[in-house]
Design a protein around this ligand. Structure first.
Ligand code: C2E
Ligand code: CA
Ligand code: CA
Length: 718
């Protein structure tokens, strides 16, 4: 019995009932169709058992349960029922199949005559990928019941307005070419829902003769029709006489056709799901899973195929530049248009045998077994880059230009890399292209490999540095321009790396940021600076220094920042005003948005906030507007450098001082190296200065000594 469950009405109805079951329960098959399935269950069946059936159907499982079937007035029969739930067919209703076996049949009585109460069939229906098996199995069962007939099964694969084209899944021993011509000749359409007997005499003469030679006098054709009328196939029985099928035979064939439809719906759905699970729905390209799988196979094949040391496979990663910004600023529709058009263009550059997939939101991976040397692969990668650059049409009036950073990895015959390594290497090459200014191709080569290994080593060592007491702070005084006296200092990190000497932050901060170690390191800096502020000596003239600490973008969006600051201030009993934080202006806008909450909280605590490296950022004025809680602007060293000698630099410094003044911010000029620069700053009215002229960053004890001096300006009296 096959039933479908309507989830909305939460009710089920019978779609198919075998002759044997109908006989057993004393109904005709037609009277049971459309009835609720429990019509045949005995009312005395315990409710738990009925619940178990409902539960099974709901969860799509298979189970065997004992049941009682109602077989007439007040009588029942004990059966073993096998239930099998099949996920919803295309109209969305889950199916379930049930097979009943009588438990009380005396051994000698003949088994019930039922072609489809077969566990094999159930198994075939339940297991994916076995559509042909199910169809063949159905034909075999049908042949048992029409002993004179030979059963042909044909599944439709292409649709024309009136007819379908068929694939022969089972020929029943007839000549395939003959059957093909037959199916071309007859019309099978939606009106024909029952078995039609076609005498071979009615066919064109050559067909008729051939069938007759083969011993066939008539063909009974039953279409496999879906509920919406689509023809999914046909069952044909080649019969030796011109007799028309009996009612029982017609019903049997109708059942065969219906079960075949059930199996086909299921297999279609599975194929569809499989396709969707492995492809990106937007571009239709293979997704990361599928690409990884293909790449794995190719890498394996390449390892075997290639001579040692020779390039055997090129892998190209195309990473769109600034795609995230496009998507955020212009919306998903524009973003999608960029992706689909880019995918199309990249695809059109491929050679036979190349594969492309979308492996990330804005990343495409191309695998080229045909490009065997590096120059060839590079040329191909550059074509891909150029394909991206051509303007993309957004509307009739508007087009957009996107660029890509492209990384190439060559695989050699003796490489021991796995998929993850290859993709990671391609990503490193992309990073190089990206850092070199985007819109470029970069090849992962021996040099990059070495750099990467060194980087990994550094990362590992840095991890140990935190616990191993290898980090320390130096202090660079910040002075009042007017007097030269120290008002505070900037804390700058150093790493005393065993065997390497003292490393400046330029050699490790970026790696710390990329690897996430910056959080631990940054928190350590905050605590260490607070500890040292607490011990900072008082000056005879009075006053406390203001010590500022650099924060990286990642720290600002990390939840540990505020608790760390609070705890450190509290533990060392420090006035929040003696601690400042510097936030670089080169921080990206999207990071700034996330950071601004933390900045507001730090300002509310009473800490001093500075905008570091002012002037070099992407959007200086926008930044200023968002960073309205800041107290100080630190003018970047690169502008101070040209003060008095370069007109542009002088203009920028002068404008920055004016801008700061009008916004109520104080100014620190960074990187002051000459007396002339300092004098110029004095004239411009800059408040504070920092630079080698006044002092290099020094260790704590020396910073204390400088703190007691009246002035740090060289040549001025102490
Ligand atoms: P920054 O915040 O701009 O710090 C100023 C840098 O300029 C320091 O380099 C300092 O030694 C250097 N400098 C100061 N005056 C002069 C001068 O007159 N001439 C020249 N040529 N250079 C001068 P340092 O210590 O190597 O730090 C480099 C950068 O590393 C810092 O730039 C800052 O962005 C970062 N950094 C340092 N410590 C930390 C830290 O604890 N956390 C984070 N996140 N970043 C840090
Ligand atoms: Ca700084
Ligand atoms: Ca700076």
């Amino acid at each position: 019995m096959v039933s479908a469950v309507d989830p909305v009405a939460n009710s089920a109805h019978v779609l198919y009932v075998s002759e044997g079951l109908a006989q057993l329960v004393g109904h005709s098959t037609t009277s049971l169709l459309g009835q609720p399935p429990d019509t045949i269950f005995d009312p005395s069946t315990p409710p738990e058992q009925m619940d178990a059936v409902a539960n099974l159907v709901e969860h799509g499982k298979q189970a065997v349960l004992p049941m009682q079937l109602r077989v007439g007035e007040g009588e029942s029969v004990r059966v073993k029922a096998t239930f099998l739930a099949v996920p919803s067919i295309s109209d969305g209703w889950p199916l379930y199949l049930s097979m009943f076996r009588r438990l009380d049949i005396p051994a000698e009585s003949p088994p019930l005559k039922d072609p489809f109460d077969s566990t094999e069939l159930f198994d075939a229906l339940a297991h994916p990928g076995s559509l042909d098996d199910v169809v063949v199995h159905l034909a075999e069962r049908a042949e048992c019941f029409i002993p004179d007939g030979r059963v042909v099964m044909a599944l439709a694969y292409a649709h024309e307005p009136t007819s379908a084209k068929f694939d022969l899944v089972r020929t029943g021993g007839l000549k395939p070419s003959l059957l093909t011509r037959f199916f071309q000749h007859i019309r099978i359409d939606g009106d024909l829902s029952i078995t039609q007997a076609v005498p071979v005499a009615s066919l064109p003469l050559d067909l008729a003769l051939e069938f007759q030679n083969d011993g066939t006098a008539a063909l009974w054709v039953t279409p496999m029709l879906r509920a919406d009328g689509e023809i999914l196939g046909a069952v044909a029985v080649a019969h030796p006489t011109t007799a028309v099928p009996t009612d029982a035979e017609k019903q049997l064939l109708a059942s065969v056709a219906r079960l075949a439809v059930v199996a086909m719906e299921r297999s279609r759905r599975e194929a569809d799901l499989a396709l969707r699970a492995l492809h990106d729905p937007l571009t239709g390209l293979p997704n990361r899973d599928l690409m990884t799988d293909r790449l794995e196979q190719l890498i394996d094949a390449a390892k075997w195929a290639g001579p040692t040391g020779k390039e055997v496979l090129a892998v190209v990663l195309v990473d769109l530049d600034r795609f995230k910004t496009i998507n955020e600023r212009r919306g998903a529709i524009v973003g999608d248009a960029v992706l689909t058009q880019t995918a199309q263009r990249l695809r059109s550059e491929l050679h036979v045998g190349d594969t492309i997939g979308r492996v990330g939101p804005d990343q495409f991976l191309v695998v080229c077994p045909s490009r065997k040397d590096e120059a060839d692969a590079f040329a191909m990668a550059d074509l891909l880059r150029q394909a991206v650059v051509a303007p993309i049409d957004i509307t009739d009036q508007e087009s957009l230009q996107v660029t890509a950073s492209v990384g190439v990895v060559m695989l050699h015959g003796d490489d021991t890399l796995d998929v993850a390594d290859v993709i990671a290497n391609a990503e490193s090459a992309v990073d190089v292209a990206h850092e070199a200014g985007r819109d470029q191709v970069s090849v992962f080569d021996a040099e990059l490999r070495q750099q990467l290994a060194a980087r990994h080593e550094l990362e590992r060592a840095l991890q140990e540095a935190i616990d191993g007491d290898e980090l320390f702070l130096v202090y660079q005084p910040i002075i009042e321009v007017a007097t030269g006296s120290m008002m505070g200092a900037e804390a700058l990190i150093r790493w005393d790396r065993p065997g390497h000497g003292v490393l400046p932050p330029a050699l490790f901060i970026e790696i710390a940021e990329d690897s996430g170690l910056i959080i631990d390191i940054g928190n350590w800096v905050i605590k260490e600076a607070c500890r040292q502020v607490a011990d900072w000596p008082d000056r005879l003239a009075g006053g406390r220094p203001q010590i500022s600490v650099n924060l990286s973008a990642r720290q600002l969006s990390h939840p540990s920042l505020l608790p760390t600051v609070n705890e450190a201030l509290d533990f060392y009993q420090i006035d929040p005003q003696s601690v400042g934080f510097e936030v670089t202006e080169s921080m990206k806008v999207e990071d700034l948005e996330r950071a601004s909450q933390a900045l507001v909280a730090l300002a509310e605590l009473g800490c001093h906030l500075s905008i570091d490296d002012f002037g070099i950022g992407y959007a200086t004025l926008d930044y200023l507007r968002r960073f309205s809680m800041a107290h100080t602007l630190k003018i970047d060293r690169s502008f101070v450098d040209g003060l008095g000698s370069s007109r542009e630099d002088t203009a920028i410094v002068s404008a920055s001082v004016t801008l700061a003044e009008s916004l109520g911010l104080t100014v620190v000029a960074e990187g002051v190296e000459t007396v002339e620069q300092l004098e110029y700053l004095h004239q411009l009215g800059a408040d504070y200065a920092q630079g080698y002229l006044l002092s290099k960053p020094v260790e704590l004890d020396d910073a204390h000594l400088l703190w007691h001096r009246a002035t740090l300006i060289p040549g001025e009296p102490f």
